[in-house]
Design a protein around this ligand. Sequence first.
Ligand SMILES: C[C@@]1(CC(=O)O)C2=NC(=C\c3[nH]c(c(CCC(=O)O)c3CC(=O)O)Cc3[nH]c(c(CC(=O)O)c3CCC(=O)O)/C=C3\N/C(=C\2)[C@@H](CCC(=O)O)[C@]3(C)CC(=O)O)/[C@H]1CCC(=O)O
Ligand SMILES: NC(=O)c1ccc[n+]([C@@H]2O[C@H](COP(=O)([O-])OP(=O)(O)OC[C@H]3O[C@@H](n4cnc5c(N)ncnc54)[C@H](O)[C@@H]3O)[C@@H](O)[C@H]2O)c1
Length: 194
Amino acid sequence: MNHLFPIFLKLENLHTLLVGGGYVGLEKLTAVLDNSPMAKVTLVSPEIKKEILDIAEQNSRINLILRRFEDEDLSGKDLVIVATNDKEENKRIWELARTKHILANVADTPAICDFYLSSVVRKGNLKVAISTNGMSPTFAKRLKEVLGDALPDNLDTAMEQLKAVRDMLKGDFAYKVEELNRITAVLTTKNNAG
Ligand SMILES: C[C@@]1(CC(=O)O)C2=NC(=C\c3[nH]c(c(CCC(=O)O)c3CC(=O)O)Cc3[nH]c(c(CC(=O)O)c3CCC(=O)O)/C=C3\N/C(=C\2)[C@@H](CCC(=O)O)[C@]3(C)CC(=O)O)/[C@H]1CCC(=O)O
Ligand SMILES: NC(=O)c1ccc[n+]([C@@H]2O[C@H](COP(=O)([O-])OP(=O)(O)OC[C@H]3O[C@@H](n4cnc5c(N)ncnc54)[C@H](O)[C@@H]3O)[C@@H](O)[C@H]2O)c1
């Protein structure tokens, strides 16, 4: 069964809490900032890796709190990523987040993740997010590399041209949709074959 529903978040409009400043905390913070450099993140952890300290020094939107997680840390947060090495505490934080309707990712326990992070292929405005339904993050990482190599670098030009056509088209919504579909039909072999 694969019931995951993918969405793309504007993390600069949200406040994310990251619990745990070790290897996984660094990995998740890097993943967040690679995609959303303006993300607002509070990281709480009694020990914090030097790489994280360096990132926070350069970025005023990253707020570090040097102590163990306290329940109050969830106040005003929209999302939480839990990455401590204390499984019991990770689960407790997830349960607490539930009661507050805050979506949680618990890095070491897929069963209690409300969402997964994905592998991301980026080509300008194009972003392709890959999930293996939690089966193999390594497969997701490799597929990212394969797709990154396979997708041409000039896709932005095509998207810019289509946006220009989209902005130019006059008429009602149904007409615009029909026109855009007609113009782009050549892009798919399915339509070409017909
Ligand atoms: C895609 C990516 C996004 C990101 O994190 O940014 C991501 N993991 C990445 C890498 C990676 N993670 C791990 C390895 C080591 C090899 C291995 O174990 O396979 C590698 C590979 C490497 O680093 O080379 C270890 C690992 N990961 C999870 C567990 C627990 C478990 O499965 O039980 C364990 C074992 C921990 C342990 O044994 O202690 C769980 C999750 N990891 C997910 C995402 C979610 C599912 C995504 C999906 O649906 O595919 C999910 C469910 C939750 C989450 O973390 O969101 C990122 C690739 C970024 C890129 O593209 O480069
Ligand atoms: N999902 C994934 O991609 C993935 C990959 C590898 C490991 N894991 C799992 O993630 C967990 C963390 O791994 P790691 O390598 O980062 O460990 P680590 O020991 O490097 O880091 C753990 C961090 O959590 C902090 N911490 C401990 N208790 C805390 C608390 N109560 N409040 C706040 N911070 C606290 C520690 O100070 C430390 O900074 C492990 O359980 C591991 O199994 C997940």
